[in-house]
Write a protein of this length. Structure first.
Length: 321
């Protein structure tokens, strides 16, 4: 009998200890960190933890993971082993596994979207990047020439070696990098025992678990200001691609940063497209794809992948599934 009582007391103590861990129990507090130097956007990490020290440890680990991935995927200032290294030299040997996985996602969504998402469009995107800096539209002849170097079949992956068989092509993963990074950072946070947190990488929100008061409430932004609608999620991502945060105005016309591979000009079918699904990687790739696809084709793809989508049109009306 004494052994049973002792065992019961031990189990009770163990339960109390578990309840005191981050992500469980009733004595949790909300903490938040903001990172302003990652992925060319403002990022935030909010979590419910039992102590400031606990949160600071996890927040630092999350930041380090995001910074590592940002450096790997950076095509402008990345160092050795980065995608800039690949673009500069046309080959990357012993590539980091995260680069390999990210490129695989890009290749997959090129097929799923019928080419509407193309990570091999770096030559075209560079011209539009320059246009945003100069305020002058890209030259049509240069756009056409650049588009001849966007064949994704020239991106060759053999084991851990990546080769660009077209010396004029370059890779740009801006359409998928943040989603992938959010999934990786969430894995890091979860490895510390957190069960209630949210990552926001500039319109790419990844949630794990629930808040002590219930599900996370994520606002879908009205492109003209304010919140269009609020969704309640748990263990899901809410990812938006839109024309209202990253854009340029040239000769009085607003151009978004999302380029349609078919027209070589910024897509303008919608003001925004929001995808709600479990995987942030999927949500990021899909929201960009759908932004360039007509709504009928987009709905077919969304249904095939089993995700929720909200489209916002130029006139402010919405469509969803």
């Amino acid at each position: 009998m004494k052994k049973l009582i002792a065992l019961a007391l031990a189990l009770a103590l163990a339960s109390l200890l578990l309840l005191s861990l981050c992500g469980c129990g009733s004595s949790l507090n909300r903490y938040e960190s903001v990172y302003t130097d990652l992925f060319d956007t403002d990022c935030s990490f909010a979590a419910y933890c039992s102590s400031d020290e606990e949160f600071e440890e996890v927040s630092a680990a999350v930041y380090n993971e995001l910074a590592r991935l940002d450096a790997l995927f950076d095509i402008y200032e990345g160092g050795e082993g980065s995608l800039k290294d690949l673009n500069d030299n046309g080959i990357l040997e012993n590539a980091d596994n995260d680069i390999l996985e990210l490129l695989d996602i890009g290749i997959l969504f090129y097929d799923l979207s019928g080419g509407k998402l193309n990570i091999a469009m770096g030559s075209v995107l560079t011209l539009w990047h320059d246009a945003r800096g100069t305020g002058i539209l890209p030259d049509e002849t240069k756009l056409t020439e650049a588009s001849s170097h966007c064949d994704i079949s020239n991106l060759i992956i053999d084991g851990s070696t990546i080769t660009l068989s077209d010396s004029e092509m370059s890779i740009d993963v801006g359409s998928i990098a943040k989603g992938y990074a959010a999934d990786c950072a969430a894995e890091i946070a979860s490895s510390y025992g957190l069960t209630s947190f949210a990552l926001d990488l500039g319109g790419n929100v990844k949630t794990v678990g629930e808040k002590p008061t219930g599900k996370w409430k994520i606002g879908i932004q009205d492109p003209d200001g304010g919140i269009l609608k609020t969704v309640e999620v748990s263990d899901e991502s809410v990812v938006t691609s839109g024309d209202y945060e990253r854009y340029t105005v040239i000769d009085g016309v607003t151009y978004s940063h999302i380029i349609d591979p078919d027209t070589l000009y910024p897509a303008n079918l919608y003001r925004s497209v929001t995808v709600i699904c479990e995987s942030s990687s999927l949500g990021d790739a899909l929201s960009t794809s759908l932004f360039c696809m007509d709504v009928e084709s987009g709905k077919e793809l969304a249904e095939e992948l089993g995700v929720q989508v909200v489209w916002v049109y130029e006139d402010g009306s919405t469509d969803s599934m």
